[in-house]
Design a protein around this ligand. Sequence first.
Ligand SMILES: Cc1ncc(C[n+]2csc(CCOP(=O)(O)OP(=O)(O)O)c2C)c(N)n1
Length: 624
Amino acid sequence: MYNLLSNIKNPDDIKHCSLEQLNELCDEIRRFLISSVSKTGGHLASNLGVVELTVALHFCFDLPKDKIVWDVGHQCYVHKILTNRMSRFSTLRQKDGLSGFPKTSESEYDCFNTGHSSTSISAALGIARGRDLAGDNYHVLAVFGDGALTGGMMYEALNDAGRSKNNLIAILNDNAMSISKNVGAISRYLKDLRSKPGYFKSKQIVEFCLNKIPFFGRHFASFIKKIKWGIKQLILPSTIFDDLGFEYLGPVDGHNIKAMIAVFERAKRIDGPVFVHVHTKKGKGYSLAEDNPQKFHGISKFNINSGTAVSEKHEDDYSEVFGNTLVSLSEKNEKIVAITPAMPIGTGLTGFADKFKNRFFDVGIAEQHAVTFAAGLAVSGFIPVVPIYSSFLQRAYDQILHDVCLQNLHVVLPVDRAGIVGADGETHQGLYDIAFLSHMPNMSILSPSDFNELAQMLDYAVNVHKAPIAIRYPRGNTQADGIKAPFEFGKSITVREGGDLTIITAGRMVKTAQEVSEILLLRGIGTQVISLRTIKPLDEAAIIESAKKTRHMLTLEDGTIIGGIGSMVSSVLENNNIHISFHSLAFPDEPIPHGTIAQLDKQYGLDAESIAKFAMKFLNNGDE
Ligand SMILES: Cc1ncc(C[n+]2csc(CCOP(=O)(O)OP(=O)(O)O)c2C)c(N)n1
């Protein structure tokens, strides 16, 4: 079925393929990708778009000696297929299976871990400078999308790399798409460049003619070189990348292997930084993905013929509830504006974007800018709401602290995908937001345990609270049972009464704590479950009262152990001289890999059964 592909065990195996065979190989890879990802889910459209690009790269460069840094890394499937990991694709993004991103621990062909956008040129430049300092000799490449090129780090890296003499090949995979349609002035500029496909050709012709000018002696040669450069500048308009110090090659058709091989061979011979502009189509070769690349950017298992998800019926999730609530609140309050760093779909903002075009801003993959831009909008009297996935919000730490919190500005930060996210793995786990937000002055943190609480909290955050406020909610739709009490800022609620043990928890874990209390009740143990609702400021009175009542307290959270709810509650007990049996349950201080949320909860002892077992021991002073 895969005549050529099944014989590729490592990238060297493609080096003696003819052009015809390479093209055939690309067809086989596409068929394999569609078939395999339809059974596991994953990032399909981006990978379909880079099939020829990746094959051409492996044809021209010698990995693992040469190094490729894949930006974001979601487009590395073809690279994984060509580097002896094809047989593991049925385990893609599953616990203990193949990661959906480059992993140095997985293969010597992966030289740098990625997951978050716009890091590739920085990392590649570091590797290149290290190579030169060590006196080694190999090629270093960064492969990044036009979406990634909207991220600010890219400009810090271009600025640094462009003035360097280090050999570095930056490859732009330009498909005019981020997850959604790409935005911004750079995107418009690239569109302009793409409309000049003859640029690279004419550049070659001009250079060919100039090279015919003979050299006489060393000094004269350098003089001629300058003249040639001047003539070239006159004849050919330079690109922004030339002006930054790169040799710009392109735009080249990213589905034409022959053309790409020619460009890469040329790039290999150039001294200094090179910028190769490759033009591709996201979803290439699978018409459903070509027509709807957003849907197939990241998709769960699907039917190949219809393109529809195989999974169960559609259920609401927190992002959707957030988006719908925001729309209804914004109908009544015209000061509300929404900002997204390139994630309108994932964060549930499409309804808002359709309805309030003037009040919606997609700023590109630019979390730092999104937050400071929001601070500016707050200064001019608007109420900015900036939903960002927890792990991407890490990017904007200083902007939240310096621009929002220190000025005590009314910016609302819905922290989506807070806690374990599952298949995307360690780079995407939203485990750190409580730790990095809770120590910021003026910041409040809310955590709903069901959809209704989220709606009430959002209403409170935009209409009542006049200071920085974050609302952290999980991926998916886990909801606590039977919560009725209206939300009150700063007040926790007791969701189960009991006299033997207290569990202090929040958000997704409230449901787990309820299940724990039920298991323990069967063993005659009464558990008091407190849902904090407001993680900061803590409801200290309720914590102290319950501690005195049960004398045994556990904290349980969907976050990392250091600096989370456990640390905060423990300080409350310490500071109030309350000495009871106390233990924090949270994810450990180590990278948490991919797997389903349920599998990871279980692996780290955070599922109801494991917690109940732990609680029995804990109540027995450590004895089984
Ligand atoms: C810092 C950060 N913010 C958001 C994301 C989510 N994200 C993953 S891929 C992607 C779009 C990337 O577009 P592009 O670089 O053009 O690659 P393409 O998928 O089009 O090939 C986004 C926004 C991320 N990975 N990192």
